[in-house]
Design a binder for this molecule. Sequence first.
Ligand code: GCW
Length: 694
Amino acid sequence: MKRLFVFFMLCNFLSFADDGSRLWLKYDLIKSEGQRKIYNKTYKKIVVLNQTPGTALAAKELQDALTGLLGTNIPISYESNNVTSRKKSIVLGLTEQGAEEGFTITGDSRSARIESKSEIGLLYGTFAFIRRIQNLEPITFKLTDIPKIKVRMLNHWDNADGTVERGYAGSSIWKWPELPETIDPRLIQYARANASIGINAVSVNNVNASSRFLTPEYLRKIKGVADMLRPYGIKVFISVNFKSPKTLGGLETSDPLDEGVKNWWQKKTDEIHEYIPDFGGYLVKANSEGEPGPQDYGRTHADGANMLAAALEKRDGIVIWRAFVYNADINGDRFQEAFNQFKPPDGSFHEKVVVQVKNGPIDFMPREPFHPMFGAFPKTPLAMEFQITQEYLGQSTHLTYLAPMFKETLDSKVDANYTVAEIVDGTKDRFPISVMAGVANTGSDVNWTGHPFNQANWYAFGRLAWDYSLSSEQIAKEWTNMTLSHEPSVVNSIVDLMTESLPTYIKYTYPLGLHHMMGEGHHYGPQPWLEKSGRPDWTSVYYHRADSKGIGFDRIGKMSNAISLYSKEVQNKWNNPATCDLNYLMWFHHLDWTYKLSTGNTVWDELMIRYFEGPEDVKSMQSQWESLKGKVDSEFFDNVAGRLKTQEREAYWWRDACYLYFKDFSKLPLPNGLKAPSRTLEDVKNIERIYHLR
Ligand code: GCW
């Protein structure tokens, strides 16, 4: 046993190439001997005061972490509350008082204490304590932490056939054919990772839902997943297909006001609880992009949502009803549609219903103004939906750290008094439910997320759902310390790289608030010329509105009056092109190519300067990364270095596509010093065409 331990430690010292599978829970030996000594002197045993499965789980996690990080095997003992000497111990205990999921951790030179009212709070406290050590923080501290949002959730867009909608990291992590008999041990790692950042809910299947997930066969499988996730405090939700009473139940209708349909959902809900007694609830995409919904029967979103909520009446679960809806109206503005459809029923939703709104009004674009529903629905709890998977953000080849984007939305002021975050957490309207969801970026890839840096986006989402007041730099720093290095200069350089990555991506894709110009269907790479699709608001020209005079979507009155959906304070900020934040400019204004901006440049020049700077910034990212060679794990290093090369090539693809296409409208030369690419518009169009070949 001892020999094995020595071997393990040796491996740790030699630091084998890292495949990324352990995420930010690496627990590799802390390289600084001095630092290890400080911890080793203080932490000699783990004392658990209340022996329960939950406290044992937390103690085991702590023991594994300390064994790896400090290189010593620290014993666990279970003792009763009245033992007096706690010297050199880390004490884990359950308390009578406190918030359900919150915890207090304290430490000084003699001992440390982790306390919570609940087992799950104790596990969260344990992970917070481990994080401190992973970040080499001082041993003297006192910290009480309570999550700001109640339901902190991952939405998996995973299908029954193992594919993942908008997934860029392999296939689904749920191996449906093998479940429930075989539980992939990787799922334990997944559960630990989620618990370590406070994620406490998971919807297992795609919102474009198959009713297959409601069959007994699949409920048995989902039960297998739920049983595995439960000790880690994670509840399971199911995305449902609204037509299930018809397709699965054989009823003639799925009309939410029909008694037979209501009964069917009641029975189904009861059946689900036989498998999963602590079922989280339903997630529903209805009457959106071809999915069925109550409107198919002349009913409203509230009719549909309330019918499902009634079925959960006697249970803890809730209904999360998505607001991502829009109609195919060439003369309309998709920006306003969710607002308009949901405004009339505001106030008529069942108290178990939360309406889940995407961060911005269109669709997870790299930069969107916050969704106008936030702040305008005082009678309905609104959940935040972010997309962690990078559908429009470079998928798994571009390095784009998303915390600054999440923060930009959460910190936006909806009026003079409140931020978006304070709408979501219920501060303003005092709802008992609060939800923040992120569309998961996990898959079967060894490192879970494809691009190794995409792990940081999963991490950041969880941290912000727990506490949105954390800064994106702090989160990046934590993640880097836990994942890559403790060397301050290396950490600073990586945090810098991460912080600059989103502005860089936006420069070469969607500068000045341009949006929705990606390749049709696959959503990868540029296609600003797209003018015909299944629906007008799936094209690019619908959004950029470039013509011989100018560019941008006038939402302050001419093309639509969407700006009026915001409070007066917000309108005042954005309705004047001379003062509107340049990052949102084309979201609200159609401006002449020669319109002079606050930068002193014309619209055309400013756009081109940004487009041409983008790929150059990617090159800087590359050299910054190169300077870290030998200072971070070699496998991680090579993986990122390769992807940065792809990113560079594709940054030029975006730049050239947008320059070559828009120049035919503006008929203006490139600003001084910028050199036109040698390829033609046809050349870049051909790159996109490849994606449609069969
Ligand atoms: O962004 C779009 C995606 C769809 C997705 C939809 C949604 C699940 O392209 O793939 O469908 O949003 O959020 O419902």
